[in-house]
Design a protein around this ligand. Sequence first.
Ligand code: ZN
Length: 309
Amino acid sequence: MLKYSEMQLNRCSNQRKNPQWLESQRNSNSCWVLLHSDQNYFSREDNAALFVTFEAVEHLNLDNAVFLGIDENNNNRPYFVLDLTHAEQGALAVFLSQGEFIDLRKLAVVLDNQCASILALARALCFWHRMHGFCPRCGSANQLVEAGHSRVCRSPECAHQTFPRTDPAVIMIVRKTFADGVERCLLGRQAAWPDGVYSTLAGFVDPGETLETAVAREVQEESGIHVNNVQYITSQPWPFPSSIMLGFIADACSEKILVDKEELDDARWFSRDELNSFAEWGDESAGFKLSRVDSISRYLIEYWRNMRD
Ligand SMILES: [Zn+2]
């Protein structure tokens, strides 16, 4: 399973709209995720994810707490997230004495996937709330409703309701059998990446565009390669800050690469044999490296690599 894709809490989408039910979930059995400036809460000693009890947070302002779901495999434990970004320093200091706030991506590789998925959901919802303090229609302040899964404009004349956003992005492995009979895949690299790392191409879906069209457009814009036969493979939530990655495989119908230097540092064709000589992401040696083992890019590369020529 791809990282962040095993969120196994029951979201209780209907029940959570009931304020009495929601209040009853804020009990001593509940488990609280903490966020600060888009960073999750971890142990200083061993980088384990830290959750806190209701007793540790009940004295704080919980108006902006967000309900995440119920763990039906563990005593129906309710999970909430509390964003401490604007908490008083005194309240924050107590938590900082016991742990620290770290970007989830730095530790996700070593985290249990179910845990990482809860932390990713918590991060995504807190980001959305912080970025949507005001009504997009009239500019009035808006308030959290429905257990944190919606916001409503405070202006009675407007009362516009908004919901958490997920921005679709396509990511694709492009393949082509060359005149020498060898099938190769198209990978590129961005200048900001570690030296030698090559990955699948990707980009955001534009308004008014199908996913298949977005795949073809992004590949053509970034590499000059034309594709057809675009097929969906899998998806990965990517709340950094608010995307879902939609993974595809496509066939190239041209070979000559023309890199858009605004987007990519380089793009090349690689055979399976060449991929076998790639080092892992994070390897300090010179030479080519694969994308991170927990990324959908890597999943797509391995998907293609394991296909028969
Ligand atoms: Zn409004």
